[in-house]
Design a protein around this ligand. Structure first.
Ligand code: ACO
Length: 320
């Protein structure tokens, strides 16, 4: 359980780049079909950053939108955390670049790299830092620019991913107001080779590789017991969760999780169909869409869930 000062979500934002690639576009360059992709993944299209546009550009726009929504000036931020698997540079952090772009002159900045669990991990870091009194206002951004790291000839992987960014400003809350109640992250490093972005001979850029079927199996075996045990420790039944903010990787994974927990899919928002898997951005984009559409009601319990490269798993409980 999270103790100390209560922490709430003050505002959210997102930025999805304009360039669109549909399943039909993939049919023109690969031995695949719209039918195969929709049935196996739930994805119909995804967006890409486009030539010369970087992770920081997408993140900056999502960050600005979240600050505006929160009514907080960049100078009031104590920290900018960026979750990404596709930073502009390994060093310095892309978060530092964004801190400069935003003019967040009083804030620290660093990147978090935890696969698709990155933004959940970044949120948990922000929450514990605010709860302890170290920080008051933290901007958490998830942003991905996969376009340059995909192997466009690998049909089992390149059809899954898309670019985008989402952000949230977390701030100290009032006693009795909305608050994050619990959080947990886990990793199984023995499976670190299942999803990688690494250098390969004969390629200019690092390339994303995924053993899709093994990832699918790992997640289906480990995710439902992880969520059940998280709920148990947090003292809440899955049936009591009013809304689920889920990492968007594959509709079959989400359907199977809900079936195993006995929860209706009506209690979540899916945008995989439009954006594909935007990895560390996915949870933040989904959070923004859930907040803006009024899907998250005041007073209800909200569960955030993510999984990804590492392999990593994470959950957060919010009382809205
Ligand atoms: N179009 C047509 N056929 C295809 C395609 C495609 N795009 N991709 C693969 N196939 C073929 C395969 O070659 C294989 O053919 P074969 O039987 O002749 O060998 C067949 O389809 C089945 O392949 P599988 O890999 O077993 O297909 P599966 O049902 O497992 O679906 C998928 C593949 C969608 C990748 C699935 O495994 C999956 O979603 N895995 C999880 C991915 C995920 O959740 N990742 C999240 C983490 S990402 C991160 O952290 C960065």
């Amino acid at each position: 359980m999270i103790s100390g000062f209560p922490v709430r979500i003050a505002g959210t934002g997102k930025y999805i780049p304009e360039k669109v690639m549909t399943n039909f576009d993939f049919e023109k360059i690969l031995d695949t079909s719209d039918e195969w992709i929709v049935t196996r993944t739930g994805i119909r299209k995804r967006h890409f950053a486009g030539e010369g546009v970087k992770c920081s550009d997408l993140a900056y726009k999502a960050g600005l939108a979240a600050l505006e929504d929160a009514g907080i000036d960049a100078s009031e931020l104590d920290l900018v955390i960026l979750a990404t698997n596709t930073p502009d540079t390994v060093c310095p952090s892309t978060a530092a670049k964004i801190q400069g772009m935003l003019g967040a002159v009083n804030a620290g900045a660093y990147d978090v790299l935890a696969g698709c669990t990155g933004s959940l991990t970044a949120m948990l870091t922000a929450v514990t830092g605010i709860a302890s009194g170290v920080w008051k206002n933290v901007l958490v951004i998830g942003s991905e620019d996969f376009e340059d790291v995909l192997d466009w000839s690998d049909r089992s992987t390149c059809i899954l991913f898309g670019d985008g960014a989402g952000a949230a400003v977390l701030t100290r809350s009032e006693d009795g107001g909305p608050r994050f109640a619990a959080g947990e992250v886990k990793a199984d490093g023995s499976k670190y080779r299942l999803i990688t972005i690494d250098k390969e001979e004969g390629r200019d850029n690092p390339v994303l590789r995924m053993h899709g079927a093994e990832v699918f199996k790992f997640v289906n075996v480990h995710l439902p017991p992880f969520i059940k045990s998280f709920c148990e420790k947090a003292g809440v039944e899955p049936a009591e969760i009013g809304f689920w903010v889920l990492h968007q990787a594959n509709t079959r994974i989400i359907d199977s999780l809900f079936k195993r927990l006995g929860v209706s899919t009506e209690r979540t928002l899916m945008n995989l169909e439009q954006y594909g898997n935007t990895s560390a951005a996915s949870l933040m984009v989904t959070l923004d869409e859930a907040m803006k559409s009024g899907s998250i009601k005041s007073g209800e319990k909200v569960l955030f869930m993510a999984f990804g490269a590492g392999m990593t798993l994470g959950a957060l409980l919010y009382e809205a």
